[in-house]
Ligand binder design. Structure first.
Ligand code: ZN
Length: 285
């Protein structure tokens, strides 16, 4: 009899532990996004929480903080609208649904452009081989999810007005091309380009489409890309802070005039840099 009471108490205590282990609340900011946008997930548990979120078939480590943990969620420009569940996963693999991120369709503007034919559809084998080689190199860079801490603040790389927005559907010489995977700024040639956030430079070089390019790793699969520069002022492995000069605006690569093309990759997804700035501008963790 004594033994039965003991195991019942043990069971009740186990139940208490199970419930308390999951005590917390997920806050999503914002609660609704469009494909190609980001949201901040905060797990509020009253104390640092180790674990990860599972979202859109990706495991995302929580950055522990005093209130619990936080993570940046995002979806590719081409993601389907709908309800995306968010799961909290503990060490050992047990998980529980803790929230839902709503994703609604967004109508993107359209632009018709006429460019020299050789630029629109390169045919030369050497050029095609170069494009293919650079595409593989970029995929390899963006596939790395380093453990550097996710930034709590993201700022604009230049102070100039925006030209082509993110997601712009471009029709080149009458044919639809892939949508604009970044934002363009109408900066004069020579304008200093600053890093959007703290991180580590992981690539500098000359790419066929992007021209002179710098790429910064901000941790856990978050990268910022700066294209068409006329001068590079940073080097691979250099640690940068938000605003550290990376180079100067130019018109290198496939470009019709001086401007800065700024792109963001989040765990392989193309996301809107402006949505990231809006979410993290001046915010503390
Ligand atoms: Zn662009």
């Amino acid at each position: 009899m004594k033994r039965a009471v003991g195991s019942w108490m043990l069971f009740a205590f186990g139940l208490f532990l199970t419930v308390s282990a999951w005590a917390g609340e997920l806050r999503l900011e914002p609660e609704v996004i469009a494909p190609g946008e980001v949201a901040l997930a905060r797990w509020m548990a009253g104390g640092p929480t180790a674990g990860e979120l599972r979202f859109n078939d990706k495991l995302i480590p929580l950055a522990p903080g005093e209130e619990g943990g936080r993570a940046l969620l995002g979806l590719d420009l081409n993601a389907a609208p709908g309800d995306y569940p968010v799961f909290l996963r503990r060490t050992g693999g047990t998980e529980q649904k803790v929230g839902t991120l709503k994703v609604t369709a967004k109508k993107r503007p359209e632009e018709h452009l006429t460019l020299p034919k050789a630029y629109v559809s390169p045919q030369e084998p050497a050029v095609l081989e170069r494009i293919e080689r650079e595409s593989r190199l970029l995929q390899k860079i963006f596939a790395v999810r380093s453990e550097e801490t996710l930034p709590t603040k993201f700022i604009l790389p230049v102070g100039d007005p925006m030209g082509s927005p993110f997601g712009l559907r471009r029709i080149l010489n009458g044919k639809p091309r892939s949508p604009h995977a970044g934002v363009d700024f109408r900066s004069p040639r020579g304008t200093t380009v600053g890093a959007g956030a703290a991180g580590r430079v992981v690539f500098t070089g000359d790419l066929y489409y992007c021209g002179l390019t710098a790429i910064v790793d901000h941790g856990d699969g978050l990268y910022s890309i700066y294209c068409h520069l006329e001068h590079l002022g940073c080097a691979p492995n250099q640690q940068v802070a938000a605003g550290t000069p990376l180079g100067r605006v130019g018109s290198s690569g496939r470009s019709t005039g001086p401007h800065l093309h700024w792109g963001i990759k989040l765990r392989g997804d193309r996301v809107d840099p402006i949505s990231l700035v809006r979410l993290l501008d001046g915010k503390k963790s």
